[in-house]
Design a protein around this ligand. Structure first.
Ligand SMILES: Cc1cc2nc3c(=O)[nH]c(=O)nc-3n(C[C@H](O)[C@H](O)[C@H](O)COP(=O)(O)OP(=O)(O)OC[C@H]3O[C@@H](n4cnc5c(N)ncnc54)[C@H](O)[C@@H]3O)c2cc1C
Length: 422
């Protein structure tokens, strides 16, 4: 069969890889110049490794991506235990501190909660780690679940700000499933591919080409029509189409062909957009922390990620790299601000909390639309499934990782699973 895979992120690349193994004629069409979508990376002159446009790592239990790496012969995912922490303003005179709350020992020494509060919270975390997915998690919001199980104060100190920073005005509507999945999946050990995620993506792309997949980049699909018992994509005929495009783009590409109730169902899914500022400096802003959640209400960002406390700076011309990340609605000023504006929006705060005013060697801003689907109360009834109302048209995209938050591991799983249906 002639199969078109729309989108060259990890879902599309994995789907194409498995389909080509079944002796189909597979063409993968990607709008951007490079492959990899949300996990793609870039190289500055003098860098040996790629850097992701948005911070990336995998967990040690991300079996699907590790199996694909093994299957294609990519040997290089290395695992480490970098320091992850949360930042608080510990007194009203701009005195900021980071606390690691990763291990039971760290958590027991966390000074902002009492021992009974910490023990209760620790027991709930242990329960969630062991618990299978329960329908209860879809009947409660995360806030209600955490307030009831861990107590109001633990919610306010540990969770409230994280939810507000990640989901904005939607924070109180996010399902408890989200917190179950986050706790269930999280491992202290984090993995990173040698050369960066783009190196792995390029490796998978080369394996695809070796298996006969035709990869066309710089090919933005605007419209697909049904015709001749199949589909017309960019003037060519295909028996089967697999769309890995974000759902709103899928709807605009196939809108003319889909039934109205299905369009309504999918168009009601809500998303946030990612804005990432990347700073290159001579010195790190954080001495040891890789990941710092912003639990200070006044912080203008959700998280700071000192990538070079995880991956050696020698790969980036001996520059340190800091990500500064937010999820925003399209109406938020950050979404349309120019690069200088994004820098000025964040930098004074970073300098204040780290007491470091070193020069910035380079600042870059990356934006990704539809980067975070909102797992709110309505989401389970709206999310797409592989099969669509149109025969031989399939969807596989990051809305479908629920209850797990999107991730490269699930992209690989979705790609494999959707290929198995054809
Ligand atoms: C801020 C952020 C941090 C993340 N951190 C991690 C992490 O630490 N670990 C992890 O595992 N995952 C992480 N992820 C998630 C991970 O990047 C994604 O789950 C995964 O890359 C999704 O792959 P995909 O192929 O499904 O989608 P995408 O990567 O979005 O691929 C879709 C592709 O379709 C293309 N496209 C769109 N429209 C068109 C069109 N009209 N025509 C042709 N092509 C089109 C896009 O250019 C893109 O390449 C993060 C994501 C974000 C946003």
């Amino acid at each position: 069969m002639q199969i078109a895979v729309l989108g060259g992120g990890l879902t599309g690349l994995t789907a194409a890889y498995h389909l080509s193994g079944k002796e189909h004629d597979v063409t993968l069409l990607e709008g951007n110049e490079s492959l990899g979508g949300l996990a793609s990376g870039y190289k500055e002159p003098g860098w040996g490794w790629y850097l992701e446009r948005t911070y990336h790592h995998i967990f040690s239990n991300d079996r699907d991506i590790l199996s694909l790496a093994e299957e294609v012969g990519f040997g290089g995912f290395a695992f480490k235990e970098p320091v992850t922490a949360a930042l608080y303003e510990v007194n009203p005179t701009n005195n900021y501190r980071t606390f690691s709350v990763d291990t039971p020992q760290d958590f027991l020494s966390f000074p902002l909660l009492s021992y009974p509060e910490k023990i209760r919270a620790g027991m709930v975390v242990a329960f969630l780690k062991l618990s299978p997915f329960l329908s209860l998690y879809e009947k409660r919001t995360a806030e209600k679940f955490l307030r009831t199980s861990m107590g109001d104060r633990v919610w306010e100190v540990l969770w409230e700000e994280l939810f507000r920073k990640k989901f904005g005005k939607h924070a109180e509507n996010i399902l408890a499933s989200f917190i179950w999945a986050r706790i269930k999946k999280r491992t202290k050990s984090l993995g990173y591919p040698e050369g960066g995620f783009q190196e792995f993506i390029n490796f998978v792309a080369e394996k695809n080409k070796a298996r006969g997949v035709v990869i066309k980049t710089k090919t933005t699909i605007e419209r697909v029509d049904k015709g001749g018992g199949g589909f017309l994509v960019e003037g060519a005929f295909f028996d089967v189409v697999i769309s890995t495009l974000p759902t709103p783009i899928f709807l605009s590409v196939f809108g003319g062909e889909l039934p109205a109730p299905y369009i309504k169902q999918l168009s009601e899914i809500k998303y946030l957009n990612a804005v990432n500022l990347i700073l290159e400096t001579d010195q790190p802003f954080f001495e040891k922390e890789y990941w710092v959640n912003m639990c200070d209400k006044k912080a203008p960002m959700m998280v700071l990620v000192q990538h070079t406390n995880f991956i050696d700076k020698k790969h980036y011309n001996n520059h340190h790299v800091l990500y500064c990340a937010n999820y925003v609605e399209k109406e938020h000023p950050l979404w349309s601000m120019n690069g200088q504006g994004v820098l000025q929006y964040h930098l004074p705060y970073i300098q204040k909390i780290t007491k470091n005013t070193q020069p910035i060697i380079k600042a870059r801003v990356f934006r990704a639309p539809f980067a975070q689907p909102l797992f709110d109360r309505e989401f389970p009834s709206r999310m797409p499934h592989f099969e669509t109302p149109i025969k031989n048209l399939f969807i596989a995209n990051l809305d479908m990782t629920y209850p797990y938050d999107r991730g490269t591991n699930y992209a690989v799983k979705l790609g494999k699973d959707v290929a198995g249906l054809v």
